[in-house]
Design a binder for this molecule. Sequence first.
Ligand SMILES: NC(=O)c1ccc[n+]([C@@H]2O[C@H](COP(=O)([O-])OP(=O)(O)OC[C@H]3O[C@@H](n4cnc5c(N)ncnc54)[C@H](OP(=O)(O)O)[C@@H]3O)[C@@H](O)[C@H]2O)c1
Length: 339
Amino acid sequence: MSSFKLSENAVDQSVIPTKTLANGVVMPAIGMGTFGSDRFTADDIANAVLGGAAAGFRFFDCAAVYENEPQIGNIFKEMMTVIPRDELFIDSKVWNDQHKNVVAACKQTLHDLQLDYLDLYLTHWPFPNYHAPGCDVDSRSPDAVPYRHEQFMETWAQMEELVDMGLVRSIGTSNMTIPKMELLLRDARIKPVVNEMECHPHFQQQELYSFLTKNGVQPIGFCPIGSPTRPDRDMTENDTVDIEDPVIVAAAKRLGVHPAVVCIKWAVQRGHVPIPFSIHENEYTSNLRCITENPLTTAEMEAISKIDKNCRLIKGQVFLWESANDWEDLWDLDGKIAG
Ligand SMILES: NC(=O)c1ccc[n+]([C@@H]2O[C@H](COP(=O)([O-])OP(=O)(O)OC[C@H]3O[C@@H](n4cnc5c(N)ncnc54)[C@H](OP(=O)(O)O)[C@@H]3O)[C@@H](O)[C@H]2O)c1
């Protein structure tokens, strides 16, 4: 017998906004992250997923590389005794070392998550560059290569096959740039309907955001709070802290909430889908509830639009190939694909 119960204070589903993707699939306008930043155990995160569902979350952002899909799968099984599968929206991502084995990788994820299908499957990175967990941030794998469009399209063809097989309802990308996305949109038989990207007040990626929305690709924003507990390897001394920004703090004071909550409200009011992570019930509950009440004012939204510091936190150094200059090569900053 399952012990799963919806919380008495669960947010009513009818007040949680949704997004309709270009292929007609409807998704919640907020999700719950499941990457523990090497700080939390798989069981901690699985328990948070259960608590998140009890509080009203229906979208869960998973990935094979987070090494917790079997534990989260047990939780999905338990929650589905109460919440019908079609009320959940579950995504996962193919890891970089499986770009030639996408169908098998997806089947493994489905097995681990104890699901018949995923609502969304993403290419986690557009490179097949694998790096051992916990490796030194400055080390470079001799096998790492720059983006090669023909190679990525071979991976994408397998993503399309998953849709044909009925194993996934939608496909998308993560960590893409405009030049790479232009090529994919030109050549894909089944186009990506989302791109998951870093997005928080100090890293708004407005140009990519506008490009995506113009082209029918829904942005999902990771690190929506500025990932204050990200792994040490992703911390550098020049990084700025969104939740200490005076504009964010002022809005938080007016509303009597934590600055993290202001970041979530900003994301949803702007139009991208944030996927905040927390294992703490008070935090994940307020992350969800906040998007249903007390919106930011137009003046606050405008003030936040001006605090972008172009501060990318997840730089991706470990995916660099040997001849690359530095992490900026991963992001095509001069409008051309590097390498
Ligand atoms: N596609 C990709 O390549 C990619 C990359 C990175 C992340 N992601 C996804 O994005 C998700 C979110 O990113 P993230 O976990 O790095 O960053 P985040 O959501 O910006 O920050 C998470 C941290 O914020 C704090 N927090 C959350 N809610 C709070 C609240 N209401 N009040 C105060 N503090 C709060 C928590 O810290 P405490 O624990 O200290 O309270 C938590 O550990 C991940 O879990 C993952 O699913 C995807």
